[in-house]
Write a new protein. Structure first.
Length: 277
């Protein structure tokens, strides 16, 4: 019986690895090999290795439109870092309060969070609001939009993880003379490190790869983000797949590296909040 179970698990692993290879690895290799080909060879869209690797394709992509992609990386990194910082600070405190307090106010707040997960952002007059507070087409306004869109999911992660932290730690801190702010800063927040790592990775990847919101709320050539450059390059290099694939790789690799390094922390942070002990 045990041997049959081991064989079953082994077959499952083999099938999973095979699917992963064809769904993820082969398309990635396809982009890599075609980004290193000259234009005519790349337009054949084959998986064959290039006759002579042309690394200048990446240099040309970086120099296109007066180094527009470098400006896009700067904007995307500022947007991502600013939004993630706001999410970590605000949602960790909100998740703590919602988890620890049991009154009508927190119940209403919890229901509003659930509603925020279900209502699409498109139904809200976001542009009108940003124009009213003079933040339309500005980086602070875009950070505000991304933060607002990711608050419900992030609070749910923090709230779930808070249930694993014993209340006795807080009671002991208050007995020792800690204020609520000191207690959260020195005791609770350091214990939130696993879920904070999860929040940083998930939100950073999502915000960095966001296309729709910067298109609507952050227009302008000087406000371009990496995903918008890809949209522009699709029109500019529609018949030069080597350039298009080179641009995709330049955009993809930073977040791919972060994801590969910290993927275990994503699982740890999301699973920890579902287990009490």
């Amino acid at each position: 019986m045990k041997r049959k179970r081991q064989i079953k698990y082994l077959l499952g692993d083999i099938i999973g690895l095979t699917v992963c290879f064809f769904v993820f690895i082969i398309p990635f290799l396809f982009m890599v090999v075609n980004s290193l080909k000259e234009r005519r060879e790349a337009n054949r869209l084959s998986l064959s290795l290039p006759e002579v690797p042309i690394w200048e394709n990446f240099v040309e992509v970086l120099q296109t439109n007066d180094y527009q992609i470098l400006t896009a990386f700067k904007n995307s990194f500022i947007l991502t870092i600013g939004s993630v910082l706001c999410l970590v600070v605000c949602c960790s405190m909100a998740g703590y309060v919602i988890q620890r307090r049991r009154d009508r106010t927190t119940k209403i707040a919890n229901n509003m969070i659930m509603v925020g997960l279900m209502i699409p952002a498109a139904v809200l007059p976001t542009i009108w609001v940003l124009q009213g507070i003079h933040l339309y087409k500005t980086m602070p306004g875009m950070i505000l939009v991304e933060t607002a869109l990711h608050i419900p999911f992030t609070i749910m992660l923090y709230r779930g993880f808070m249930s694993t932290i014993p209340v006795e730690l807080e009671e002991a801190a208050f007995i020792d003379g800690c204020t609520p702010v000191q207690m959260f800063r020195t005791i609770i927040f350091p214990l939130l490190k696993p879920v904070t790592s999860t929040v940083i990775i998930l939100d950073a990847v999502t915000i960095f790869n966001d296309f729709t919101n910067p298109l609507y709320f952050f227009p302008g050539a000087e406000n371009v983000t990496v995903q918008l450059t890809l949209y522009n390059f699709m029109g500019q290099f529609s018949s030069a797949y080597n350039m298009l694939f080179a641009d995709v790789l330049i955009i993809t690799i930073p977040m791919l590296i972060i994801f590969l390094i910290f993927n275990n922390k994503i699982v740890d942070g999301m699973v920890a909040g579902s287990v009490k002990g």
